[in-house]
Design a protein around this ligand. Structure first.
Ligand SMILES: Nc1ncnc2c1ncn2[C@@H]1O[C@H](COP(=O)(O)OP(=O)(O)OP(=O)(O)O)[C@@H](O)[C@H]1O
Length: 536
């Protein structure tokens, strides 16, 4: 059925025809070219429906047709009503909002399935064990090679033989490989191995990324210059100093935040970010994240409410200590930026376990307020701590400002990896120029994450600098007034509605969490792990 276009709206001709019979003066007057000029009463506007389709303008359509066609029965085609559109938009935005439930299901049931046909498969017999790289409570890690080495398969690999948490780690690594491969170590394959005497084990294979984790590099007296030579692949013959160190730390931080943001954007929260879980990839000359065994996938709820916390108390955010393992946890903003990596890098004293534990105690005593902590320790600070503060105070204290916005007691007040990347601290150049994609991403983040009150301040300052009487600028009093303008508070009704909506949202999430908790209690099996390949 033809439709008539009016501006952006398209009206079905059947509707128009019907209404032509009850022409009443006034209200919405629609002038269709010169031949037809008719009115529609506002009382009828509410049952106006909007047709989907391309409308023919009067220039190519004889308007007489409208009256003739209007006697035809109503179209059975899809029509879109305003409430319908609102409902559909609401549903879509819910499904696509962070962490992205809809893309999560697409990934799980479509992409993961298709990927299975194309990925290379490894078997236990293909693997020759080499040196042990690490042993944790949940598994052992070895450097391995392949027994037979087809040229298409990489030779230098890392194998983790893991306990039950290996299943989660396989899931997370596969998700990451599909969504943000550069954020984490290059994962190749994972399977369940049941022939061992110890019982079932999960075997996970990665490409060998490099010899050193950030923790190893930070132990060296030469840190951060040792990282500079790794990233640039040469030793710089430049004088050492705060400025150079700041550039290196900024580069590490930026790489880390890009990797973290990649994880968060796909709905995965690592929950165990620490220098030991950040590996330097010699191939990519960048830091990558490892050990996703404690991660949670917020999109499909995997590992979302773990029964046992796998977190490292040296680095975990304060709420992790105080939360009972039985309490269903609300999804907090990316917790991973909790105890900011800036801390470990700026203050060499915090690089040993004992001083880190001591720092945690001091911070707790200051109610997790970093500014009070600084006030309490700075007067009697040793040279190392002093150097850390100096480094953070460079460029008007922009590093300190970033640090304080990352280390906050309340999870919701901590800035996310995305917002941190848009922080002016990263305006400075690092060691390497950003890639085209990183640059684009950064520009986009800046445009979307920026706090615009800063921009307003900047305009005020600019005006103050050029504002003389002669140039028609502002007087000091006027500028003061401008500075004092406070953002308008939302009206009470609006705030109340927002608060109720948030309360409702929290209630729904809590109920969902509780039911998930119940479900996982009843059926201890990891339902999604049925997709993990098995080797008997
Ligand atoms: N892809 C990789 N390339 C090179 N080395 C790796 C890789 N993955 C892990 N390693 C090395 O293996 C060590 C242990 O890895 P990982 O942290 O994943 O194991 P884990 O069993 O969880 O150990 P922990 O319990 O101590 O955290 C790392 O510290 C790192 O040195």
């Amino acid at each position: 059925m033809a439709a008539v276009g009016i501006g952006g709206v398209v009206l079905h001709s059947s509707f128009l025809g019907k209404k032509l019979g009850i022409l009443k003066p006034l209200c919405l007057s629609i002038r269709l070219k010169k031949q037809c000029n008719f009115s529609i009463c506002s009382s009828s506007v509410h049952d106006l429906f909007v047709g989907v389709g391309v409308g023919l303008p009067c220039t190519v359509m004889e308007c007489g047709d409208i009256i003739y066609r209007s006697t035809l029965p109503k179209s059975n085609g899809i029509t879109v009503t305003v409430p319908g559109v609102i409902l559909a938009l609401g549903t879509l935005s819910y499904l696509w909002a962070t962490p992205g439930v809809a893309p999560g299901f697409f990934d799980m049931f479509v992409l993961a399935f298709i990927e299975r046909f194309f990925r290379p498969i490894y078997k236990k017999d293909d693997i020759v064990l080499g040196k042990k790289l690490g042993e944790g409570s949940f598994g052992s890690v070895y450097r391995v090679s392949l027994a037979r080495k087809p040229s298409s398969k990489p030779a230098d690999l890392v194998l983790k033989k893991a306990t039950e948490y290996g299943a989660v780690e396989i899931w997370m690594n596969e998700r990451v490989r599909r969504a943000c491969a550069n954020s984490c170590a290059d994962f190749l394959y994972g399977f369940r191995e049941t022939s061992s005497k110890k019982g079932a084990e999960y075997w996970l294979l990665w490409r060998f990324e490099g010899e050193a984790t950030l923790a190893d590099l930070m132990q060296s007296r030469d840190f951060p210059y040792n990282v500079e030579s790794l990233i640039l692949r040469e030793v710089q013959d430049l004088p050492k100093g705060l400025d150079r160190e700041n550039r290196i730390i900024l580069t590490i931080m930026r790489q880390l935040l890009f990797a973290l943001d990649g994880l968060h954007s796909t709905g995965i929260v690592h929950r165990d970010i620490k220098p030991q879980n950040i590996i330097f990839s010699e191939g990519s000359r960048a830091f990558k994240i490892i050990d996703l065994g404690a991660a949670a996938d917020l999109r499909v709820g995997i590992n979302y409410i773990p029964k046992e916390f796998l977190l490292d108390p040296r680095y975990a955010a304060p709420e992790q200590y105080i939360m009972s393992t039985q309490t269903p946890s609300a999804p907090s903003a990316p917790v991973a930026t909790a105890l900011s990596p800036v801390l470990w890098q700026a203050f060499p004293g915090l690089r040993s376990d004992n001083s880190l534990i001591q720092f945690n105690r001091q911070l707790k005593r200051c109610d997790y307020d970093l500014v009070s902590w600084r006030q309490s320790v700075e007067p009697r600070a040793g040279p190392e701590l002093r150097k850390g503060f100096e480094l953070l105070d460079l460029d008007g204290g922009i590093g300190w400002e970033l640090l304080t916005s990352m280390v906050r007691f309340k999870a919701r007040q901590r800035i996310s990896a995305k917002t941190a990347l848009a922080h002016p601290y990263f305006d400075r150049e690092g060691l390497l120029a950003l890639s085209f994609i990183q640059n684009l991403k950064l520009q986009f983040l800046r445009a979307t994450q920026q706090d615009y009150s800063e921009a307003a301040n900047w305009v005020v300052q600019l005006m103050a600098k050029s504002g003389t009487e002669q140039d028609g600028g502002f007087t000091e009093a006027q500028l003061q007034q401008l500075r004092e303008i406070e953002p308008k508070k939302k009206s009470n009704a609006q705030r109340n509605a927002l608060a109720s909506a948030l309360r409702l949202q929290r209630k729904i999430i809590k109920t969902l969490n509780e039911s998930m908790d119940d479900l996982s209690n009843k059926r201890k099996s990891l339902w999604w792990s049925r997709w993990i390949p098995r080797e008997e």
